[in-house]
Design a protein around this ligand. Structure first.
Ligand code: SF4
Ligand code: SF4
Length: 442
């Protein structure tokens, strides 16, 4: 696999309607519903019971599993229920429901961590409850727990290439100093020599802000990236910042890199400074039906409809709600799900935006091939998927598809290509499982 000399991808409409808007803390909700599975890996188990009084930042869910992140109370109040029900991920999960008392009393455990070694640094990262906040929800402590001396670059991802979303941009303007402080602490304890802050060149004020803050710094640089989607994808930003190719099946650390989203780094630094773990999320609330699109900070576990109401509610009949941007976001069937650590946008649309015109036959124009940043052949993959030909799907490397949606965006036949490839990956995984079971029997 090669990413090629120049980034492929799509020149998508940016629609950054909330650019330049500050991040406003929303009114405290009356109750929050906090799921125990908010990261890639093992779900947490509740460590509180119904009837307990909890304070802001108090640990409420944890597990010994290595691939995990603890979960904390986002409001002070009483635990009124612990129930199983479906969350926005479409899975049934254990949810801790807290009735807020409005006081936001801070837990006694919220004190700055003592960091005096690599081990205590990694423990602090885990205790912060942080996961990748750019949408990946990969536990940050697992990402940072790399073999000593293996990381050469810490890349701060400020690309924010998805249309509509502007919270990273807003945070870079308000909290650049904290992000740099977090980078320096991380570089110190992980022995990383080079820091790069990658920002798309359509955010010149953020680039300028970091360049000013970094005057005289030798170890951290700012890199202006072309504003081409999906510049913020991990493999793409690694290539654009370092020239290194993180091929399919490789992790960023295999090419000496750790990539962190800018807001993840900000929240980590805030944890180092105050001991307050991750309890709230920055979100862009936009879409043609939101009365007052804006950037908000909401406690984790707040119902999506309350956040939309905080933004003035909707102005017509809702046809589509997306969590995340229009390229990689997920549509949800209801608006009463709780907001999770991984969310960074709520977009609400009517018919005009929600309805995709009917797909027509492929005209072999090759635009999908030109657009694919992973050098895949989407039209062939699409045919293999329609034929349910798992061998061909493997041969055409469907598993390296990163679901960026560029192919579908440029396709004149309006084929839902990346949706097909999500399904196709499921077919390959299912086939892999069957093969392993067969091998185990023989
Ligand atoms: S969704 Fe997959 S196949 Fe389509 S452009 Fe992105 S990486 Fe390539
Ligand atoms: S962009 Fe669409 S129409 Fe063109 S080759 Fe790809 S699948 Fe076919």
């Amino acid at each position: 696999m090669s990413l090629g000399k120049h980034l492929r991808g799509a020149h998508v409409d940016h629609c950054k309607n909330t650019a330049g808007m500050p991040i406003i803390p929303m009114t405290l909700p009356e109750r929050v519903s906090i799921p125990m599975s908010q990261h890639i890996g093992a779900p947490c188990q509740p460590v509180v019971a119904v009837g307990d009084h909890v304070k802001l930042g108090q640990l409420i869910g944890n597990t010994d599993a290595p691939m995990s992140a603890p979960i904390h109370a986002s409001v002070s109040g009483d635990v009124v229920a612990i129930e199983q029900f479906m969350t926005q991920n479409g899975r049934v999960d254990t949810n801790i429901i807290i009735q807020a008392d409005g006081k936001q009393e801070v837990a006694e455990t919220v004190v700055p961590p003592v960091i005096d070694s690599r081990e205590s640094f990694l423990k602090a990262v885990r205790d912060s409850g942080l996961v990748g906040l750019g949408g990946a929800s990969f536990p940050m402590s697992v990402k940072y727990n790399v073999p000593e001396g293996s990381a050469e670059y810490l890349i701060l991802n400020g690309a924010e290439c998805e249309p509509y979303i502007t919270v990273d941009h807003a945070a870079m303007l308000s909290y650049g100093k904290e992000m740099i402080a977090g980078m320096k602490t991380t570089m110190k304890w992980l022995g990383i020599k080079h820091g790069i802050i990658g920002i798309e060149d359509n955010k010149p004020d953020a680039i300028e802000n970091f360049r000013k803050l970094l005057e005289g710094e030798k170890d951290i640089e700012v890199k202006a990236l072309a504003h081409t989607y999906p510049q913020g994808a991990e493999r793409v930003i690694i290539y654009e910042c370092t020239g290194r190719v993180c091929a399919a099946g490789m992790l960023p650390i295999n090419v000496g890199c750790i990539v962190s989203n800018v807001v993840s780094m900000l929240k980590l630094e805030q944890y180092f400074e105050t001991g307050m773990p991750l309890v709230s999320k920055f979100l862009t609330v936009d879409g043609n039906l939101v009365a007052h699109p804006q950037n908000v900070e909401a406690p984790i576990g707040t119902a999506i409809n309350e956040i939309i109401d905080f933004c003035g509610g909707t102005t017509g009949e809702v046809k589509k709600i997306l969590l995340g941007g229009p390229m990689m976001g997920r549509a949800i069937p209801r608006d009463d799900f709780a907001i999770l650590k991984s969310n960074n946008a709520i977009l609400v649309f009517d018919d005009l935006f929600a309805n995709r015109p009917d797909e027509t036959a492929c005209i072999n124009c090759g635009r999908c091939v030109d657009a694919c940043p992973m050098n895949l052949m989407p039209a062939r993959l699409s045919r293999a998927y329609k034929d349910k030909d798992v061998d061909q799907l493997r041969e055409y490397n469907v598993m390296t598809c990163m679901d960026c949606g560029c192919c579908a965006y440029v396709c004149p036949a309006r084929k839902p290509l990346n949706f097909e490839f999500r399904m196709a990956k499921g077919l390959v995984q299912e086939d892999d499982k069957k093969r392993k079971e067969k091998e185990a029997k023989n």
